[in-house]
Design a protein around this ligand. Structure first.
Ligand code: KG4
Ligand code: ZN
Length: 362
């Protein structure tokens, strides 16, 4: 069997991204190119992502970004065997740009199209750089989402827990904004927290000891924003940033520990693997904390390389390649979806837990 050569397209938020992956018959995946054109500068004056600006910016460069991905891979459109585009969830104007572009390529070249769930891209992203068999326990932690999933393969995701209000990345971003840090706030807050004393400020510990694996960050966000108004000196700001980061890490670890206990019972006798993915997985304290939590429960630990934690198209191409190998393709009438839960059954059963309700991708 010829290897699959898949073009991936990602336009659901503020990055215009295109990538090419090759997937061999043995399932081995190589990333031949991964181009990410960030719109950070366009949104920075507004302190967050402006949907209309994002959609227009995607339209302007999507064809150049895709061409660059092919050029870097040393390929042309004629070499491709499939196209994968993010079809949601996300800012729907942007999603429509990448998905329409993908449909046009599929139609013009007679290629199969895969409409990829952005969250499935994040869920599989650790497989871009590591030999990581299914199933695994995943903490997906980004700007719009915070959930724990039992990942059995493409299309086989079972949600064990999710945020009941804000995503962890949103808490990072909003608190960073209250501290006067530039957008995007997560990396800026991590930098400010360096050398800070996390014990100087006491922050609420939401859901502490509560059964289940859900998360809550809105109380922390409000308390930290209030405290930020009262600290003007550099040391105080550093200490508050350190306290916020520690509080977020603590909750992520506590809730993940519960999910690990549950998952280990359900998968008794099997190898136990834990993966953290999504933009917040780029945070060093988050990685270190979760790695220790995994070790304590006998789980192996994996996280994608930093470039594949934040939004990128390599993960979309990978999800597309895996779906194609299973014969899962979509029609040219595939819809752009602003909301698209990975575990639709759980989301229907517990709609109040819709992840990322207030995030940039809501
Ligand atoms: O996965 P992503 O690029 O987009 C979504 O799908 O949401 O995640 C972006 C989020 C933002 O909230 C950003 O502040 C956060 O990931 N983030 C970080 C770090 N790098 C990105 N949060 C904390 N520390 C970081 N180093
Ligand atoms: Zn994302």
């Amino acid at each position: 069997m010829q290897p699959a050569l898949i073009l991936g397209l990602e336009t659901s938020c503020d990055e215009t991204a295109a990538a090419v992956v090759r997937r061999g018959a043995d399932g081995r995946v190589d990333v031949l190119s991964s181009i990410v054109a960030s719109q950070v500068a366009a949104h920075a004056p507004y302190g967050g992502v402006v949907p209309e600006i994002a959609a227009r910016a995607h339209v302007e460069i999507i064809d150049a970004v895709a061409a660059e991905a092919l050029r870097t891979a040393g390929l042309t459109y004629a070499d491709l065997t499939g196209v994968a585009a993010t079809a949601g969830p996300g800012l729907v104007g942007g999603v429509m740009v990448g998905l329409s572009f993908g449909k046009a390529v599929a139609l013009a070249r007679g290629l199969p199209l895969v409409a990829v769930n952005h969250l499935e891209g994040h869920a599989l992203s650790a497989r871009l750089a590591a030999d990581l068999p299914y199933p695994f326990l995943l903490l997906l932690v980004s700007g719009g989402h915070c959930q724990l999933l039992d990942v059995g393969g493409p299309g086989a995701h079972r949600r064990l827990g999710s945020t009941i209000d804000d995503a962890a990345g949103e808490a990072f971003d909003k608190i960073a904004k209250a501290l006067g840090l530039p957008y995007p706030g997560g990396p800026a807050l991590e930098k400010l927290a360096e050398g800070g004393d996390p014990r100087r400020f006491t922050l609420p510990r939401a859901l502490l000891g509560r059964a289940g694996c859900d998360f809550s960050f809105s109380g922390l966000k409000a308390a930290a924003a209030r405290l930020a108004e009262g600290v003007a000196d550099a040391a105080g700001r550093r200490d508050l940033a350190a306290a916020v980061q520690a509080a977020i890490v603590r909750q992520l670890c506590e809730r993940t520990d519960r999910a690990m206990a549950l998952y280990a019972r359900e998968h008794e006798g099997r190898n136990l693997s834990f993966v953290v993915a999504g933009g917040v997985a780029a945070n060093r304290a988050v990685r270190t904390g979760l790695e220790a939590a995994a070790a304590a429960r006998g789980f192996s630990f994996a996280a994608p390389p930093l470039a594949y934690c934040t939004d990128n198209a390599a993960m979309i191409a990978l999800a597309g390649a895996e779906r194609l190998a299973l014969g899962l393709t979509d029609g040219l009438d595939a819809a752009a979806r602003p909301r698209w839960p990975l575990d639709e059954a759980a989301a229907l059963a517990r709609p109040s837990h819709t992840p990322g309700r207030k995030g940039a991708k809501a």
